[in-house]
Each structure stands twice: as structure tokens, then as C-alpha cells.
Design a protein around this ligand. Structure first.
Ligand code: GLU
Ligand code: MG
Length: 613
């Protein structure tokens, strides 16, 4: 397949976003908010409307997701790179939300929340079947299996990840230590000493940590929502370059979009979902995680180049892949500075088929994972025309960037694509449009000015860890390359500095870095964009710029502040049903555009958006 598509050229920029959301059911009399598990019925209704031609002119499409309370929406046809087309993004996202809402019950609302604060705490969903011994897929103490999309793929993924790993997944996020949070914090909701599932009673055996919020199921991660973007490149070389150039930006945009400060009814001491999902699908065995030593005959059990695999299958990327970039070509080991585990058998086969070493390495690295779920009926495939087996591995390597070959078939008009995957979903369509449009413009800037953001992968990893910390935008520094222009010595090793997000986004003259927003503005001015469009686009740039400068706060900070300011909050890190209810109602208002100029409600998040609109 690679050989039949590698020379495909001349595809134009097309792109699309994926917005994931949660369906929340609100009872105003009882003052409760719960996740509604009606995904299947809502999607069925939407399909009916689609079949009846009701959505024909709407350019919207809806898809299932892992959580039975989740919906994903995309434009049905991709956007182009035309500047006027960029202005269609926000209305399109708003339309998707309206249409989804129309197919929900009166008391249900689609909310773009990254992590649901009460997921796994009390009766957080409807229907709620309770936990206990009836969770065959996850064996979770906290999350009923009923929150999993019932399509066979999802419970099977859940069970097989646990089975392959040899024990339940274990995610521990540090608790936010507020004035009255017990110290040490020993979570009373963890069944420390009870045999709920005798075969893996691992809370007692050290899986749950003190001073942490412990989570034990895939749903805690894959039940989070995000904002993803996929771009079509003109050809494979451009796709490989874009993949590389966007990779160092992934931690920066995780920090800037951070929106998940609460898990399982507690405020945590981190703001972003990424490592929670990484832990929630970590199917590595104890040996692969380096906990147990490898048996002497390990090499007879695997084609992998090492018995230890440093990262989960949901994690940041491990190697750059461009073979046309002089900078990477001049010092490959400097940038790709991690020892990469590869599937040797796959790598040999790819090299034999004509892949260059970098690309063979990239794909052979994906193939160090097992497929986890294969349907018997789909086992026999003609691999020359069907990419199912490849896609199975590819789509369960959930990394910060994804490199996507054209789907097979002569008729395929789809080209080489890259997906940008780190961003957390924002509360409003305005914000989600802003981050989407900004990244699209950054890709144009990268290609037009031939920019180089390369830093060693180990520093991207370090940035990734930083990006999770509380208020990383204002409190953390990130490794960033400051000599990004070709004349700055493209072939030389870069100058890396630890910059704040503000310096990276808005520029820093002492570091000699122009900043991403000024770069985008410069680009727009050079493109003769008409004034009206320019003004419209600038609203989005301003949001990104002000988030970075701290003038506006991240969604995570806003949620944390909301909880801490609530009259029912006892400064013990606990989020009660009533706090959650008020949070959900306020989020709903903000989502609808109410209170964007109300200092009490959302000034910190969106100040000025109304003026721009
Ligand atoms: N919901 C996942 C996340 O928050 C992504 C799942 C997907 O790849 O669609 O990253
Ligand atoms: Mg998705």
C-alpha cells in the first residue's frame, strides 16, 4: 500500500476537527447533574434524521465514543485552508451542538468538558447500577461497566487491556492539598482492605497511593474528551515534516488548553488529562514496564528489540520522521535521542519493501504493541487492498501526533495526513474554534517560512510532564527552540531555552523569539487577507494570546476556582453533588454565551469575546 501511495502528490490542504462531548442530565428540582447513558438512542435519532435528509445541508456528522455518555462530532466534509472557510468553523461547531441538543431529552445537555469531576463518585450517571462484583470488563471499584459503549469493541478493549497487563490499570493523580485536606490523604472511598475482586484486590497491594486520587479503569481516561485536528498535506514529505514540526508544540498546547483539574470527586494537583488516559490504557506487562526482570529467554517470545517498553500506547511520540529536513538529517541522533523499541520483524519487512530507515522505524515502533481486539470475522484480510490490520494497530497507538497514510483504493482521493491530538476540549465553541484555527494557521506559517521547531525528543518528553502541572501556563517553563528560521542555521544544532508559554506564544525579545501569535499575524498580513476577515480571525488570535499571557485563565483554573469559591466547599479537596450541579449549570450558561461579560461568571475565561464578536 505504501508503494502505491508514496508518490501521491498535489493534494491540497483540507482539514477537520473532532469535538468530543458529554451528555449531562440535569434535574433542577433535585439539584442533581448526572451523565446520561443514552448515547445509543441519541445517535440512532441523529442517524434517522440523517437518513431522512434533514441534515443534508448542515455539514455535520456524529460518532460514538468510548463512554456511553459521550458523543463525537465532526464536519462531514473537511474545511479548506481558505481564510473565509476558517470563519465557518465556529458556526459549524455551534450547529453541531444545536443539532445534538435537538436530539436529546429536554433535561439533557451536550457539554464540552474534558474530565467529568464526579466520574466514579457516588451516583454520577443515569441509570446507575452501582459498583460491586458486577463489572466483568473493568473490575473497577468505582465505575460500573455500564458507562462503557456497549459495542463489543469497547468492553473487549477494556477487558483485554487489563488481561494483557496482568492486573487492573492503576492511575494515581496527586490530590490537591487544600487547607483542610487530610495530611496524609488516605482516600476513604478506596476499598483498601476489602476483597471485592479477590483475583485482583490490588488497591490493598499497593496500586492505590496515599495522597493521590486512585483510578482503576479504562473509563477514567478514555471517558475524557478532547479536541483533535487532522490536516491533509500536499504529499508524504510535507506530511512527515508537519508531523515533526507540530510534535514539539504538543505539550505547549496541552498546557494552554488544560481543562481537567478534577477526578472522581476530588480536586487534583494537575490540570490536564493526558497521563490519566495514558495510565488507563496501559496494557504493558510487569516486565514491559520494567517492574519485573525479563526472563532469560524473553527474545523467543517477542520480535521487539527490548523486553522493556518505556511508554504506554497512549503517550507522546518517540521519534521524528522527516527525511527531507536538513536540520534533522544533519544531526539525527541529537533529535531522535531516545533508544527506540521496534518490532524487528516488521522493520525488516518494511525495509525490504523499500521504506527508508526513519519511516520503517516509525511504523515498526507502532508494531511493538499487540492488536488488543480483533474480530474473528475480520481476521482474514487481503493486506494488499485492506488496511484493517494496520489500522487496528495504528488507531490504538494513541499518541500526541498521528501520521496517517492514504486509505487504500484507487478511488481514494484522500492524501497523506497528520493528526494533532493533545488539546483538551474547551467549554465554548468560540474557544474550540480559536484553538483549531490557530493550529491551522500555525501549519501554514511552518510551511510558508520553512520553520524548524526541532528539539531533542527527550526535551519534548520533559515538557509533556511539565504541561500537566497545576497552572503550567503561568508557573512552568518549557524547552523551546528559538532559532526557528532557515537562516538561523538550519543545519546546526538548535538553541533551546526554557520559556514560559507566554514567551512561546507572544514572543520574548530577550530570548530572541518572535512568538507564535506574532508569526501568524505577520503571515496573515503578508497574505492580503481582507480587513473584515482579518478582524474576525483576530478574535481567535486574541483568545490564544491572552490565555498564554495569563490575562485569561485556562478552563482548568476556572473550574478549580469555581469549586474553591463554592459555599458548600469545605476546603478539603472534595467536590460534592451540589458543587458539581452548580458547576454544570454555570458551564451550560457559559456554553450558551450567557455571562461572557459577567465578571462573576466567566470574565476570567472569555473576557472581551463579546466585544470581538
Ligand atoms: N478521548 C481521547 C482523548 O481525550 C481521544 C480518543 C480518540 O482518539 O478519539 O484524548
Ligand atoms: Mg474521538
Amino acid at each position: 500500500m505504501y508503494n502505491s501511495t508514496k508518490d501521491k502528490k498535489g493534494d491540497r490542504l483540507l482539514w477537520g476537527d473532532e469535538v468530543e462531548c458529554m451528555v449531562v442530565e440535569v434535574d433542577e428540582d433535585a439539584r442533581t447533574a448526572k451523565l446520561s447513558l443514552r448515547q445509543a438512542q441519541i445517535l440512532e435519532d441523529l442517524e434517522k434524521a440523517e437518513r431522512a435528509g434533514e441534515l443534508r445541508d448542515d455539514n455535520v456528522s456524529f460518532h460514538p465514543e468510548y463512554g456511553r455518555y459521550m458523543l463525537e462530532s465532526t464536519p462531514s466534509k473537511p474545511f479548506s485552508g481558505e481564510f473565509e472557510d476558517l470563519l465557518q468553523v465556529e458556526p459549524n461547531m455551534a450547529l453541531r451542538r444545536r443539532i445534538a441538543r435537538r436530539h436529546m431529552n429536554e433535561n439533557e445537555i451536550p457539554l464540552t468538558l474534558t474530565s467529568y469531576p464526579m466520574l466514579g463518585a457516588g451516583e454520577f450517571c443515569d441509570p446507575y447500577t452501582g459498583t460491586g462484583t458486577n463489572n466483568p470488563a473493568s473490575r473497577s471499584f468505582f465505575l460500573p461497566d455500564e458507562i462503557i459503549n456497549p459495542h463489543a469493541r469497547f468492553p473487549t478493549l477494556t477487558a483485554n487491556i487489563r488481561w494483557r497487563r496482568g492486573e487492573k490499570v492503576a492511575i494515581n493523580v496527586p490530590i490537591y492539598k487544600d487547607e483542610r485536606t487530610p495530611d496524609p490523604f488516605v482516600d476513604p472511598t478506596v476499598p483498601w482492605n476489602r476483597d471485592i475482586f479477590p483475583e485482583d484486590a490490588n488497591a490493598r497491594e499497593g496500586a492505590a497511593l496515599r495522597d493521590h486520587v486512585y483510578m482503576d479503569s479504562m473509563g477514567f481516561g478514555m471517558g475524557c474528551c478532547c479536541l483533535q485536528l487532522t490536516f491533509q498535506a500536499t504529499d508524504i514529505d510535507e506530511a512527515r515534516n508537519l508531523y515533526d514540526q507540530l510534535a514539539p508544540l504538543t505539550p505547549i498546547f496541552l498546557a494552554l488548553t488544560a481543562a481537567s483539574p478534577a477526578y472522581r470527586g476530588y480536586l487534583s494537583d494537575q490540570d490536564a488529562r493526558w497521563n490519566v488516559i495514558a495510565g488507563s490504557v496501559d496494557d504493558r506487562t510487569r516486565t514491559e514496564r520494567g517492574v519485573d526482570p525479563a526472563p532469560p529467554d524473553w527474545a523467543t517470545h517477542t520480535h521487539n528489540s527490548s523486553p522493556v517498553i518505556p511508554k504506554s500506547r497512549y503517550d507522546s511520540i518517540d521519534c521524528y520522521i522527516s527525511d527531507t529536513n536538513a536540520c534533522l538529517a544533519a544531526s539525527p541522533a541529537h533529535y531522535n535521542d531516545q533508544t527506540l523499541v521496534v518490532n524487528n520483524k516488521v522493520k525488516d519487512r518494511l525495509l525490504e519493501a523499500g521504506f527508508d530507515d526513519l519511516l520503517a522505524t516509525h511504523f515498526a515502533h507502532l508494531f511493538i504493541r499487540d492488536p488488543i481486539v480483533v474480530f474473528q470475522e475480520l481476521l482474514e484480510q487481503d493486506d494488499a487492498v485492506d488496511s484493517d490490520h494496520f489500522e487496528n494497530i495504528q488507531s490504538t497507538n494513541w499518541q500526541t501526533m498521528r501520521f496517517k497514510p492514504p486509505p487504500p483504493g484507487e478511488e481514494s482521493r484522500i492524501g497523506w495526513r497528520v493528526e494533532f491530538r493533545p488539546m483538551e476540549i474547551q467549554l465554548t465553541d468560540f474557544e474550540n474554534a480559536a484553538f483549531s484555527i490557530f493550529i491551522v494557521l500555525v501549519t501554514r506559517v511552518i510551511l510558508s517560512y520553512n520553520l524548524n521547531f526541532y528539539i531533542p525528543i527527550s526535551r519534548v518528553d520533559e515538557n509533556m510532564r511539565q504541561a500537566h502541572s497545576r497552572d503550567a501556563v503561568n508557573q512552568s517553563r518549557f524547552w523551546f527552540r528559538t532559532n526557528i528560521f532557515p537562516d538561523d542555521g538550519k543545519t546546526a544544532v538548535g538553541t533551546y531555552k526554557q520559556l514560559t508559554v507566554n514567551e512561546i506564544i507572544n514572543g520574548c525579545s530577550s530570548a530572541g523569539f518572535i512568538g507564535l501569535v506574532p508569526l501568524v499575524r505577520k503571515y496573515l498580513h503578508s497574505m492580503n487577507v481582507d480587513l473584515e476577515t482579518l478582524c474576525q480571525l483576530d478574535r481567535y488570535l486574541q483568545l490564544v494570546s491572552k490565555r498564554a499571557s495569563g490575562e485569561l485563565c485556562t478552563t482548568a483554573t476556572w473550574i478549580r476556582n469555581f469549586v474553591r469559591a463554592h459555599s458548600d466547599y469545605e476546603r478539603d479537596s472534595r467536590i460534592t453533588q451540589s458543587i458539581n450541579y452548580d458547576l454544570i449549570q454555570t458551564v451550560n450558561k457559559i456554553t450558551k454565551g450567557h455571562g461572557w461579560d459577567d465578571p462573576e461568571v466567566a470574565a476570567s475565561l472569555l473576557r472581551g469575546c463579546k466585544d470581538f464578536a
